[in-house]
Design a protein around this ligand. Structure first.
Ligand SMILES: [Zn+2]
Length: 173
C-alpha cells in the first residue's frame, strides 16, 4: 500500500470556504512517508514544520528508498525548495460548491513547509516541481514514476532528522 506524509491543515475553498482537504488533512509524498490516510491519528506536519527524513541503522539518509518495514523516504533532501502535489486523494474539486482546480500544492522552501497553493497548474504526470533560484517552477515528471529500491535497514527505532540535517547525512552510494 502506498505510504504518505500528511499535513494537518484546513484548505479553505477560495469560493465557498469549505475545507477542500478531507478532515483537514493533506496527503503527499515527499520526505519520510509512513502511513495512509486511514491511520489519521498518527504524526503529521503543520505549516511551518521542517520536512523530516528517516535514517538507516547507521544514521545515514537514503533518498528514494523503502525501509524493511515498508515505510520510505520519497525524494531527496538536497532539493529543499519544491512544490509537491497532494496525491493521496488527488483532490481537484470542491465537494461543496464544485469549484475546480488543478491540484493542492504543498510549498516547501528551505526544507520547511511554507504554504498551500491552489494556483499551480499541474501538467499530466507531474507531482513535483523544483523551485529554481529564479523562482521558476521546474516540473519533474521523471520523479513520478521513479523506481524505489527496497530493504534499507531502519532498525527498531524510527530515527527522523530534519531536512537541513538530512542533506549532510546522505549516503554516497
Ligand atoms: Zn467551494
Amino acid at each position: 500500500m502506498p505510504k504518505f506524509a500528511h499535513l494537518a491543515e484546513r484548505v479553505p475553498c477560495p469560493q465557498c470556504g469549505a475545507d477542500l482537504a478531507l478532515n483537514e488533512r493533506v496527503g503527499f509524498q515527499w520526505g519520510y512517508c509512513s502511513y495512509p490516510f486511514s491511520d489519521s491519528d498518527r504524526p503529521s506536519y503543520n505549516i511551518g514544520d521542517e520536512v523530516v527524513w528517516r535514517t538507516d541503522v547507521n544514521g545515514r539518509i537514503h533518498p528514494w528508498k523503502y525501509f524493511d518495514d515498508d515505510t520510505c523516504n520519497i525524494g531527496d533532501p538536497t532539493f529543499a525548495d519544491v512544490i509537491v502535489r497532494e496525491c493521496e486523494i488527488a483532490i481537484q474539486e470542491c465537494a461543496s460548491c464544485g469549484l475546480e482546480f488543478s491540484g493542492i500544492g504543498i510549498v516547501i522552501r528551505g526544507g520547511v513547509i511554507e504554504s498551500l497553493n491552489l494556483q499551480v497548474e499541474w501538467p499530466e504526470g507531474v507531482e513535483t516541481f523544483v523551485i529554481n533560484p529564479n523562482d521558476e517552477l521546474v516540473p519533474q515528471p521523471e520523479w513520478t514514476t521513479r523506481p524505489m529500491a527496497w530493504g534499507v535497514r531502519g532498525g527498531p527505532r524510527t530515527q527522523l532528522v530534519k531536512n537541513s540535517q538530512a542533506m549532510q547525512l546522505l549516503t554516497l552510494e
